[in-house]
Design a binder for this molecule. Structure first.
Ligand code: HEC
Ligand code: HEC
Length: 391
């Protein structure tokens, strides 16, 4: 124990003096690595807790072909891409045919006729997976999305829509950043997915069951398009009941934000001076009728404005989804980052500092913030990164 405490102390000290180098030594990862990331919100009712527990089992379940897995799929369980409700290790690969500029999607996607998502596995009666059409010479923008953490999304679901609209109006008025309210085709607010294409966690669970595992439900009763033209798998009809979708939705909707500790006022001040808070809004007000009830009329400390920002061509993945364009991303919530081994949608940043620098690029809404970060003294930069690593 003494050795551990001493190590933690020196690693923390190294962070404060700004020692970097070996990314494996990134201090926030070591500090409280053993902390659980899969805890429910405090103060759930017995009924809410029971739903959480049922959903927990389903979230970890490895699905079999006899349960309706396939015909094509990416992984067999939610947990394979959201281990302990955190980030990865599973991921989703995508390929999009783009024009001359390297990121604008072409109207016809001849190289990926079944959509942009690669689905590397299949089960009988399927005979093929979903991949880029063989021999295609199309200009493809390939990208990766690591399964983002799902903890703390309860708070993002509870945020009052009027608050999101207000924050967008504030950003437009002040003019330092330009977030856009993510609207779905049906007018609802998009909250989930890296480009805010889904409104609720229950919808997301149904979407993930079908899209990632080929498990259909009353919400999405048909299989994804596939090269064999199959409309069903080895298990006839809809694979999951509505109760299953609801329980998994309720599980994710009751996960807490991992414990935060050691946040300093100096770190927070540097975070604001570097204008990180322009997009990573520290706190958003929740609805009075938000459920579970512990989420109602409270401050959701999510560190996201829930808005879409143009992050420039370097981070572009060519995908236009719902209200988001090929260069847009939802401001990532800053929660439990010490549990991650890499950052940004595809994990291209190995350290928090690298993540900040990669916000900058041709046309990025975050360029001024990166410049402000660079103007901080080395001590303030270290304080800022220490702060972010504890969120
Ligand atoms: C193959 C990997 C994979 C599997 C399996 C998977 N996910 Fe995901 N999940 C992802 C990726 C990648 C994203 C980001 C998707 C996007 O941007 O549209 C995501 C996003 C999410 C989000 C939104 C998080 C946010 O910040 O908006 C939720 C909630 C979620 N998944 C829940 C689930 C549930 C529940 C299951 C099981 C039914 C599941 N996922 C299965 C990879 C996976
Ligand atoms: C213009 C809005 C904007 C500003 C300003 C901004 N960010 Fe971000 N941030 C984003 C978006 C959008 C993403 C997601 C990008 C992606 O995944 O490719 C992100 C992602 C991140 C991530 C990665 C999170 C993860 O889950 O991998 C970190 C860390 C981060 N920002 C920290 C900061 C810090 C620190 C600052 C200030 C120096 C800052 N950001 C300024 C919009 C912004």
């Amino acid at each position: 124990m003494r050795v551990l405490i001493t190590t933690v102390f020196f690693v923390a000290l190294a962070a404060l003096v700004g020692c970097s180098g070996d990314p494996e030594a990134t201090p926030p990862l070591r500090l409280v690595r053993e902390d659980p990331t899969n805890l429910p919100l405090r103060g759930l009712t017995d009924e809410e807790q029971a739903g959480f527990t049922r959903g927990d089992v389903l979230f970890d379940r490895e699905h079999l072909p006899s349960q309706g897995l396939g015909p094509v799929y990416i992984r067999t369980s939610c947990a394979s891409c959201h281990a302990r409700d955190g980030r990865g290790p599973g991921l989703v690969e995508r390929a999009i045919e783009v024009g001359e500029d390297g990121f604008t999607p072409l109207p016809v996607q001849a190289a990926m006729p079944y959509g942009p998502v690669l689905r590397p596995y299949y089960v009988a009666p399927a005979t093929r997976s979903i991949d880029v059409v063989a021999g295609s010479t199309a200009r493809l923008l390939r990208s990766v999305r690591i399964g983002p953490a799902v903890f703390g999304r309860s708070w993002m679901e509870a945020i009052d829509e009027a608050e999101v609209v207000r924050v967008a109006a504030d950003e437009a008025r002040v003019g330092r950043v330009h977030g856009r309210v993510p609207r779905l085709a049906d007018g609802r607010l998009g909250r989930f997915g890296l480009k805010s294409r889904v409104a609720t966690l229950e919808d997301f669970a149904a979407d993930a069951f079908r899209g990632d595992m080929g498990l259909t439900s009353p919400v999405f009763p048909t299989e994804v398009a596939n090269p064999d033209g199959l409309t069903d798998d080895g298990r006839p009809g809809v694979d999951l009941t509505m109760d299953t979708v609801r329980d998994v939705g309720a599980y994710v909707a009751a996960l807490a934000i991992p414990r935060r500790e050691g946040l300093t006022a100096e770190g927070r001040a540097a975070f604001e001076r570097a204008r990180c808070s322009d997009c990573h809004t520290p706190s958003m007000r929740t609805r009075a009728d938000a459920r579970p009830r512990v989420l109602s009329s409270a401050n959701a400390e999510v560190f996201t404005d829930m808005l879409l920002h143009d992050m420039g061509r370097e981070l572009a993945d060519g995908s236009a989804e719902a209200g988001a364009g090929p260069r847009d991303w939802r401001t990532a919530p800053l929660m439990g980052l010490r549990h991650f081994r890499s950052f940004l949608h595809d994990g291209r940043a190995r350290t928090l500092e690298e993540a900040v620098r990669l916000h900058g690029g041709d046309g990025s809404d975050a360029n001024d913030s990166v410049a402000a970060f660079d103007r901080l003294s080395p001590t303030d930069r270290a304080l800022l990164l220490d702060y972010v690593g504890r969120l």
